[in-house]
Design a protein around this ligand. Sequence first.
Ligand code: C2E
Ligand code: CA
Ligand code: CA
Length: 374
Amino acid sequence: MLCKVDELIQKKLQKDELIAHYASANFAAMLRYEDRDKLEQRVKNILSELEHIDNDHRFNFHVGIFRIGESVGENGKPIKRKDIDIDRDYNNACTARASLASNDDTAIAFFDEEMVKEQKWIDSVQERQKRAIENEEFLVYYQPKYDPRTDELRGAEALIRWKAPEEENMISPGRFIPIFEKNGFITEIDHYMLSHVAKDQKAWLDAGCKCVPISVNVSRAHFIESDLAEQIRDIVDSAGTPHELIEIELTESAFFDDKNAMISTIKKLKDYGFAVSMDDFGAGYSSLNSLKEMPLDVLKLDADFFRNDESDGRGKIVVAEAIKLAKNLNMRTVAEGVEVREQVEFLASEGCDMIQGYVYDKPMPKESFARKMA
Ligand code: C2E
Ligand code: CA
Ligand code: CA
């Protein structure tokens, strides 16, 4: 296969251009170019042939491009041929390639300086991840969910925060969860969160608190593990926490990977007595189909529903119908990311069961949440 790829690219080369096989399935090419657009078009043409290089398989390629002629040296003048640092340039091309999303479609990315910063951040997160979990640097924050009719506390979602000793501020999940999803560490994070929440619930229960169910996010990366439901049950059982106090949140994108595995895991979780919710419903992909097939307990309406409604009422219609749909399917609804009181009234009147949003509370440390519960 590698030889075929090499041959095909060789044929496309012009005078003085080079291709080399680096390692595993990585190739490096040095191509001449006039401008960015033409270069991109040329690479695209090569890629479209490469994708069909084998009749029985379709291959996808990720390409990172660094333009040598465009870089300037420290004195501000163009870099001379003898000053080209090929290792650095190859690394820059690799950095551009690494910036491509983890999805498998063929794609091209041009290098820019921001990517270096981003790559440094990714490296520093990956260097620290193991230590962070061992030292319990990850904290569980709780964001309450309220009944919009009575303003009573009905549940909460556990959200991760990272207090790294070398950073002054808490690191928000948006800056590290995607990295962990890509490198697989997310499975350890999810276990960590689940066991911490289970322990907190058990301690509150033992202290005589009137506990509410707390939902924990489970990443899609988990769903290749066929014993996921058993793993979740065992973690909760080892804390001695009643199953009805734990809810599992699955994002809608997870529903795409392996439907059957997903359905069987959801069924097992429900048999064990855990409630299962669909997170971010209505964001990005919309999968009414998954509602048809998945026996879920809770539908979480994505925060996007509650942003800039153009006040022609269309947004409200969609929300009202989604709540109705959930009710007919015997599901409860949680509206996420609600920030204004007026929407609380509206959601209450439409029969939405719970609200989780800044209008009530932001995510908070466990001590503050315990006081709310009390
Ligand atoms: P999510 O699961 O959709 O969580 C809801 C996010 O919306 C949280 O952001 C929450 O702070 C934010 N939010 C809640 N109410 C409001 C509001 O009224 N206005 C606004 N603007 N935002 C609101 P957060 O904590 O930064 O988490 C971001 C995402 O990171 C989560 O989205 C989830 O996908 C991921 N995440 C967080 N904790 C975990 C975890 O323990 N495990 C996994 N796998 N993912 C997690
Ligand atoms: Ca969630
Ligand atoms: Ca959500």
